[in-house]
Design a protein. Structure first.
Length: 67
């Protein structure tokens, strides 16, 4: 079953086409933090600045949605 908090955080930052929404830094930080809860060993971005590793985040969310 998909991690609901992760999916919700992802949907606050990305639209249905996978493009980044104008959501603000806090939403990006929350998404990075949720990703780190699921997979600690992968770098998803800087949870201080909100700068994301978009590819890593999308891979994780895709995997979680398929689970």
């Amino acid at each position: 079953m998909a991690n609901r908090k992760l999916i919700e955080a992802y949907e606050k930052v990305f639209d249905a086409q996978g493009e980044i929404k104008p959501c603000g830094r806090e939403a990006c930080i929350s998404l990075i933090e949720e990703c780190k809860k699921v997979e600690r060993q992968t770098y998803f971005g800087d949870d201080r600045t909100g700068r994301m590793d978009i590819d890593a985040i999308k891979r994780l969310v895709t995997h979680e949605k398929q689970s």
